[in-house]
Write a protein that binds this ligand. Structure first.
Ligand code: GLP
Length: 254
């Protein structure tokens, strides 16, 4: 794991977008895993700009990392609608290139199995971009006594529900009305640890002071399933892209 610090959050997003451009240049048919969350919004905006200046996304295969179980299709908090808003509406990625988990499946376990098969058939990720939850989750692999290899249903921790169940997720986008969250999902479907670890390259993005504590633990702390992102210390090619605020607690490294 290597930590790369940037003076500002915008530079984190820009650098990650440039890594995608480099991957497309080397491997136009690359398989990408792409995250949701507030952190990667700049990254997607930068990818949109790169597309406007000619970057071609038409041969990639793209997998989302996770999705809420049972969230209504028209809820702007579904990760599928997030991807439409922030990414697919800005680049040339056809429906055939996109892979996602169906939030409204009646059989989440079977849906996870289907997704795992699709991932395996695609040959795994060439480049996987991750965010990080403030409790150290990656995708929706939550802290606990064990982790799961394959795509699976995960019970969300209270901390995660609190962090994600917020009308403020996209507070700067005034056109978006986020419904009151009485029925926020308690479970999500997520890719497992094997898909994350077999990715050729992993980029983990973290910005802002709220991520400082977890980034310090991830980089300097013990490797433990109680902080799933700490396992990335032993990934053979993992870059952690952080701004100064998120890197504030890190002792080791450059
Ligand atoms: C969700 C997603 C994660 C993401 C995390 C952090 O929980 N499942 O993949 O990394 O949010 O999001 P944010 O960038 O909004 O802090």
């Amino acid at each position: 794991m290597r930590l790369v610090r940037f003076s500002e959050a915008t530079h984190v997003g820009r650098h990650a977008a440039e890594s995608i451009a480099k991957t497309i240049g080397e491997r136009p048919r690359a398989v990408l895993g792409l995250p949701t969350g507030a952190t990667p919004e700049i990254f997607y905006a930068e990818l949109g700009k790169l597309h406007d200046s000619g970057l071609d996304f038409s041969r990639l295969t793209i997998f989302m990392l996770d999705e809420y179980v049972g969230m209504e299709k028209d809820n702007p908090l579904t990760f599928a609608s997030y991807m439409d808003r922030h990414f697919y509406s800005k680049v040339n990625v056809s429906r055939q290139q996109r892979h996602s988990l169906n939030a409204l499946t009646t059989n989440p376990q079977a849906e996870c199995k289907r997704y795992e098969r699709e991932l395996t058939e695609a040959g795994g990720f060439d480049l996987l971009v991750l965010g990080i939850g403030s409790n150290g989750h990656i995708a929706f692999n939550e802290p606990g006594p064990f982790l799961t290899l394959e795509t699976h249903v995960e019970k969300l921790s209270e901390e995660t529900i609190k962090a994600n169940d917020r009308g403020t997720v996209e507070k700067d986008n005034s056109s978006l009305s986020v419904p009151a969250a009485k029925t926020f999902p308690t479970h999500a479907m997520t890719i497992g640890i094997e898909a994350i670890f077999s990715a050729r390259t992993v980029l983990l993005l973290a910005t802002g002071a709220t991520k400082a504590e977890v980034i310090a633990k991830m980089v300097d702390g013990h490797i433990t399933t109680q902080l799933p992102a700490s396992l990335l210390q032993i990934h053979h090619d993992c870059l952690v892209l952080v701004d100064e605020a998120a890197a504030a607690g890190v002792r080791s490294g450059p």
